[in-house]
Write a protein that binds this ligand. Structure first.
Ligand code: ACO
Length: 460
């Protein structure tokens, strides 16, 4: 304990006492919700000119960036709840649009509230023809996630009034438009990759049913979705609706904190979701299962993972150190969907055996690596006849309601300011500028490192 004490806030019953061994001073900082405020550390200084103590937390592994009442996760126990309702109950009794309402408004809707919400979403599913024209301009083999990032960003130019981020009507319309149009944009990008004509929304169908319609419809006058597939997709949508402060949601909040319009903020979320460590993992899972090829190859594959040659995609999670509850629910639907489409997919056997062996292996158990939501979702998408490149796009559709809810909450939060982390500067300082003719450098001209051989490279 140091010699001098300073308490920032008197009357706080829970506090943390920190002793700075450089000076011998002690500081008492309040604890609220088992958390201390990083800014309270700023008073810890060696001398009055010091900037003050900061926390260093690359990748925010132990830093809460906001207060939120939307989604609760207990990663050790494998619990996921939205606005207090367990995910299991929502998947059993609710629909995706009802869950979207719950996330956005904080309460389950009454019948008239839900009817109005569904009507509003259903009647905003069309996109401006110029957005369609913009999508048509992409290369035939453009990744649909790249197309989606651009299309969502472009929407901000079609709805410039969304810049009035405090206007309740504009906030509501942005929520409706994004939730309504995301399936249309996703389906258009899919049809684009196949060179097929885009299919306009059918307002007689459910949210999931209409999405299947826009993906699948060919020459039939009216597309009729298989109710089992429609329900499985709706459950997948519920499971992906929100997941508190994950990478893409943090991106939405961070970009949104600049007070940009919500379309631009959500476009940042779509970009973050694109990455293989986030929403891109389900695509990688399927590629991995295909590469493993047969159950007999699993031991060799797992040895490679343990030798750190690669990762077991669809395993591990920053927050869940137990079975991801979403993976448990999805797993139940895999067989149902395969039955509905009459497929006997050999990858299911590989996935099941892979999971069994990994859960029995000390390498994975000691690191608390369990299947995450992406381990099985790809198998359902595949059974629906959706190519791997589309998987992350389908993740983006339901996550839109989570992004919007988090954006609404963030913009209402008086404690939030523009996101602006600090850094620990590690470079040189106060160097004298050296004229180019006086610089001595290595003989070798710096340039990009040699590329690994690839099968084909595309032009610019
Ligand atoms: N395969 C093999 N080893 C793994 C895996 C994996 N999938 N995931 C983590 N590990 C190992 C790490 O190498 C590390 O080992 P070490 O302590 O011996 O160095 C240990 O487990 C801890 O892993 P971290 O990387 O520190 O965990 P982090 O929380 O940073 O990463 C992440 C979480 C990115 C999800 C990671 O588990 C991963 O890359 N998984 C595969 C990709 C994936 O499935 N992503 C989907 C996530 S869910 C979602 O976004 C919807």
């Amino acid at each position: 304990m140091g010699t001098e004490e300073s308490s920032i806030e008197s009357g706080v019953s829970e506090t943390l006492t920190i002793t700075d061994n450089r000076t011998g001073k002690s500081y008492e900082v309040p604890i609220t919700d088992e958390t201390i405020r990083a800014i309270d550390l700023r008073q810890i200084k060696v001398n009055p000119d010091d900037f003050g103590m900061m926390t260093y937390d690359p990748a925010y592994t132990n830093t809460a960036s906001c207060r939120s009442a939307i989604t609760y996760i207990d990663g050790d126990k494998g619990i996921l709840q939205h606005r207090g309702y367990p995910i299991e109950a929502l998947c059993e009794h609710s629909s995706y649009l009802e869950v979207a309402y719950l996330l956005v408004f904080g309460e389950l809707p009454t019948t008239p509230q839900l009817e109005r919400w569904v009507w509003d979403v259903t009647h905003h599913t069309f996109v401006h023809e110029d957005i369609k024209a913009m999508l048509e301009g992409f290369r035939y083999d453009a990744h649909p996630m790249g197309m989606l990032v651009s299309a969502v960003g472009a929407m901000s130019t079609f709805y410039p009034d969304a810049k009035m981020i405090e206007d309740p009507e504009e906030r509501y319309m942005a929520a409706i438009r994004m939730i309504a149009k995301m399936p249309t944009l996703a389906a258009f990008s899919y049809r684009h990759s196949l060179g097929l004509p885009y299919i306009y929304p059918d307002n007689d169908l459910s949210y999931a049913g209409n999405f299947l319609n826009m993906l699948r419809k060919m020459t039939e006058v009216k597309f009729e979705p298989d109710p089992r597939l429609e329900r499985a997709l709706d459950v997948l949508f519920i499971l992906h609706a929100d997941h508190e402060q994950n990478c893409s949601t943090s991106a939405v909040r961070s970009v949104g904190s600049s007070q940009v319009d919500p379309y631009s903020a959500v476009a940042a979320g779509v970009a973050a979701l694109y990455g293989p460590l986030h929403g891109g993992a389900n695509e990688q899972v399927l590629r991995m299962l295909r590469r493993i090829e047969t159950v007999d190859n699993i031991p060799d594959f797992l040895n490679g993972v343990k030798a750190r040659e690669e990762k077991l995609m669809g395993f591990g999670h920053r927050v869940y150190k137990n079975y991801d509850p979403r993976a448990r629910i999805i797993k139940k639907h895999v067989d149902e969907v395969l039955d509905a489409v009459g497929l006997d997919n050999p990858l299911v056997e590989i996935a099941t055996e892979l999971e069994k062996r990994a859960l029995d292996d000390e390498f994975f158990t000691s690191r608390k690596l369990y299947p995450n939501v992406d381990f099985y979702s790809g198998l359902i998408y595949e059974a629906l006849g959706i190519p791997a490149a589309m998987f992350t796009v389908i993740f983006a559709i339901p996550r839109t309601s989570g992004w919007i809810s988090q954006w609404l909450e963030m913009t209402d939060d008086s404690e939030q300011k523009i996101a602006r982390p600090r850094q620990i500067y590690t470079g040189d300082r106060d160097l004298d500028y050296v004229p180019i003719e006086d610089r001595n450098g290595p003989e070798k001209i710096a340039g990009p490192p040699a590329r690994r051989p690839v099968k084909s490279r595309r032009g610019a």
